[in-house]
Design a protein around this ligand. Structure first.
Ligand code: ADP
Ligand code: ZN
Length: 529
């Protein structure tokens, strides 16, 4: 049964009260109404929900939406009911009676949209119920929200999501949609493969959020730095402050509150009632600052968050982008501010070492962290680097990030870069080997470790040529070289030559490195080349 042309716009206007589709919504909606599958990668706030809600209302039957967060599910259902859509959910917070009622309504064809938690969909009984709905009143779409949760390497993996793959194609003629705000090419590839959506229409929006000003500062006294940011630029504004530990969350919230900021804590260890109250204060009142762990924010739809601050470095660029993306959904100028210190790196590395998971997983986490550090240490436009990371390179500097507004002091790092590249080249040419950062730096610094002696790396001509820089200094140099595409790492962490390496080795390209972070490194390091 095909819908009349214009049916989608009619629903958009009549039900949701909007004049027109935004960005690439219409493309997605048309494809799905036409019966096609879709993979939708759009930044937070772009309007992914309408991409499945409109087709669900236009097509015959009930739209099935998988959503990982119960709180978010409730909000969405409430919002839909408020505009007259017959929306329901199925999750573990319901009593058996309530669930039975929803099941009856589903079978009677009296539900426009049903939100289901992934663990429910793993149940055979629920799958059979949906089979009966599909065979009876019909399923209009099968939408998987936050689809990056299927990615085992991602920052948000949920085992229940893997099982959703069995359901794709279970109901012939029902379009499958996967939606997410995470947009690395790797995640895109992985979710496409896992959910068997190779044949789907893929819509990837621009990930640029031009109204967000990105700033990353060296961490010195983070609470004080944060307070000064709030007082000088965001007094009375709503904001989110992310910290890594529950302890840091509570301390920071108290500390800010004592200094007159309307700050409240949010983390998974708080009593559920307090959490709900704090979240609702943030959503409903003006100028509340939530200090939170990353447990806070997925699905929070507050348009006027004026700043997002990180007082600890995030684990990945994807996480950073999603968290900062909660600022400025209304399109007005907003700040994404991060205080970054070497101590963070040490701590994050320790988390990775101590985490459960196999070596491949740890390597991946390590690579995620390296990319985040590269963003912290870049000497060029942060937005360009962020967009390039998401596979959307741009030609121009943005003019609205700290490195554009206040170009950083840099030093000529060409010579250390050449030393490092020569080491990689010699290991490969003379020994047929490739090694990770630690071994390469040990060789450069002339350290006679057991591994150096075992491989007789002290006999290489480059052994000890980099003794003038500290370990930290070299690590910083290396991270920046990776950020600039001079050095690349493979899946195993082994270093190789990047696309820019040849020019640097020939002395045809100069390497500029940041000064501030170099100075923060210890001891005899930080010498000017
Ligand atoms: P996402 O899931 O991509 O983060 P949402 O679906 O929550 O984004 O939408 C973000 C906000 O934009 C919501 O308040 C939504 O109502 C609004 N919105 C979405 N599409 C449109 C549109 N076509 N016109 C006006 N507002 C829209
Ligand atoms: Zn910029």
């Amino acid at each position: 049964v095909s819908a009349p042309p214009g049916a989608a716009v009619e629903v958009l206007q009549r039900v949701f009260g909007y004049d027109a589709f935004r960005g690439r919504q219409a493309e997605v909606v048309d494809a799905v109404i036409g019966g096609g599958d879709a993979v939708v990668l759009m930044p937070t706030g772009a309007g992914k929900s309408l991409c499945y809600q409109v087709p669900a209302l236009v097509r015959r039957g009930t739209g099935l939406v998988v959503s990982p967060l119960i709180a978010l599910m409730h909000d969405q259902v409430d919002a839909l009911r408020a505009v007259g859509v017959r929306a329901e959910y199925l999750n573990s917070t319901q009593s058996p009676d309530e669930r039975m009622q929803v099941e009856r309504d589903l079978l009677a064809g009296e539900v426009d949209l049903v939100y289901i938690a992934p663990e429910r969909l793993a149940l055979d009984s629920v799958r059979r119920l949906l089979d009966r709905v599909a065979a009876g009143p019909g399923l209009s779409v099968f939408a998987i929200d936050e689809a990056h949760c299927v990615s085992q390497w991602g920052h948000d993996f949920r085992p229940d999501y893997l099982e959703l793959a069995d359901l794709v194609g279970r109901w012939p003629g029902v379009p499958t949609m996967a939606l997410t705000a995470t947009a690395t090419e790797a995640t895109h590839r992985e979710l496409t493969a896992r959910l068997h959506l190779e044949g789907a229409k893929h819509v990837v929006s621009s990930f640029d959020r031009p109204n967000i000003q990105y700033r990353i500062v060296p961490k010195d006294d983070p609470k004080q730095q944060l307070l000064s940011l709030i007082r000088t630029e965001h007094a009375g504004d709503a904001g989110i402050v992310y910290a890594l530990s529950r302890n840091a969350v509570e301390q920071t919230a108290d500390w800010l509150a004592e200094r007159g900021v309307d700050a409240i804590p949010y983390h998974a260890g708080l009593d559920a009632r307090i959490r709900a109250r704090n979240q609702s204060r943030f959503l409903r009142e003006d100028g509340v600052v939530v200090v939170a762990t990353i447990a806070f924010g997925m699905g929070i739809d507050k348009p006027d968050v004026r700043f997002v601050a990180h007082i600890d470095v995030p684990k990945s660029v994807e996480g950073y982008y999603q968290e900062t993306g909660r600022a400025g959904r209304d399109g007005l100028p907003s700040t994404a501010w991060l205080a970054y210190g070497l101590q963070d790196v040490v701590q994050q590395r320790r988390f990775i070492d101590q985490s459960v998971g196999d070596a491949a997983h740890k390597r991946k986490q390590s690579a995620n962290l390296d990319a985040m550090l590269a963003l912290c240490e870049t000497v060029t436009c942060r937005r360009r680097q962020l967009l390039a990371y998401f596979g959307q390179p741009t030609e121009q500097d943005c003019g609205n990030c700290d490195t554009c507004l206040n170009p950083v002091e840099t030093w000529d790092g060409t010579v250390p870069a050449q030393k490092l590249l020569s080491t990689i080249v010699r290991l490969r040419r003379e020994r047929g080997q490739s090694f990770g950062a630690t071994q390469v730096i040990d060789i450069l610094r002339g350290k006679r470790t057991a591994k150096v002696e075992q491989h007789r790396h002290d006999e290489l001509s480059v052994f000890g040529v980099g003794a003038d820089l500290s370990d930290r200094g070299w690590k910083s140099v290396l991270r920046q070289l990776i950020a600039q595409g001079v050095v690349v790492t493979d899946d195993h962490g082994a270093l190789g030559l990047g696309p820019q390496a040849a020019d640097v080795l020939r002395g045809e390209a100069e390497v500029r490195l940041r000064h501030d972070l170099e100075r923060a490194s210890s001891g005899a390091g930080a010498k000017r080349a």
